[in-house]
Design a protein around this ligand. Sequence first.
Ligand code: SF4
Length: 446
Amino acid sequence: MGKNQYRAERPGTDTYYITTFGCQMNVRDTQTAAGILESMGYLPAADPKEAKVLLYNTCCIRDLAERKAYAAIGMAREIKAKNGGMVGVFGCMTQQTGAAQELMRRMPFIDFAFGTHQLHRLPEFIHAAQEKGRTTLLEEGNPALDFDLPAAYGRPPLAYTNIIHGCNNFCSYCIVPYVRGRETSKPMELILEEARTLMDQGFSEITLLGQNVNSYGNDWGKPQFAKLLRELDAIGVPRIRFMTSHPKDLSDEVIAAMAECSHVAKQIHLPVQSGSSRVLRRMNRKYTRGDYLCLVEKLRAAMPQVGITTDLIVGFPGESETDFADTLSLCETVRFDAAFTFNFSKRKGTAAFDMEGEVAKEVMTQRITTLIDTIKSISTKTYQGLVGTEQTVLIEGESSRDSSCYTGRIDRGITVNFPKGHGVVGDFVPVTITHAKANTLFGQER
Ligand code: SF4
């Protein structure tokens, strides 16, 4: 970014505001966009209505995500009309073939739109919009990787870093490989350097991000994720988390590194998607129900207190009552701490788009309700079982519900709220769990 010659029109005065949709990878891309804007002299605005540059970082994983983005971007028209700023849209939605053009045709007030591959060119787009009024539109080209881009990490103690971009898996329902490109790992020395910088800045927990962190290093011919965990542990990152792990790539070496590294949280997000091997095959997940259960056994054998969370899709084409019952029984067997549940949403360009066996909407609704209830009753029992235990909690900030309380997460990733005591934000404190509610624990600092 030292090459960036473009500046805000009024550096130190002009402001920006970025609205983010989608996953943690997008949140991290927004931090990169913010870092780029700040390197140009823009300041963060507290309110989008006051921002000179309004950006929207979009998601296309489900139809709903796209509709939400369209609705939010639509509101920018009024803001722009009032304050004369500029509007830009980027991210997964605009990386889809023809999507940026369509968006700009439907919303002529947008100054520029680009996909996930062009984030490093943000200064150019802003400059062109300043010079020419409208329109800059670039969507092709090589992926923009944030390896050498600045980032506005926000306030400690939590930081996120991308360790691998893209995905090679082509699960039959997923648009991500089409909009994020092929797997490219960030060099290990850059990750370690970034981790040291973050620690110097007071960050206590780093979450390593990737569509599939377990394939970190595969593009160099050898999986390196276990090694990376050990290296980060060795330099003393106080707490290390990671997401997301594809079950087919979760190796014994990674499980051993998790178990043996004291700074690596005993938590894993391991999306199973379905409990039926038949559906998993149609999803092109490349593992069976049995393979998944075997991984869970290995994880629990190595780390009895490990917290396992997952993603589940309901109503994949051809999913029968028996398949769905397999999903419920898998949940009972694994006892997930939490699960993100989704109705199948067909995405144009993916293999599942035309698959036969569409599941009726009402059936999907019924199944997802049953699934959510099942997950809830399992996690409630798990949470109750933690009452009376002592947990190490990183204080992340004030509870949004009660300013006399702090909020943080225990090692296995469950949120706990507790009255303010001796510790301050960024401290690791011992907390005794006093009671549990759905999705949250409550405790008392010792
Ligand atoms: S692993 Fe499958 S679900 Fe995950 S991003 Fe890649 S294609 Fe999508």
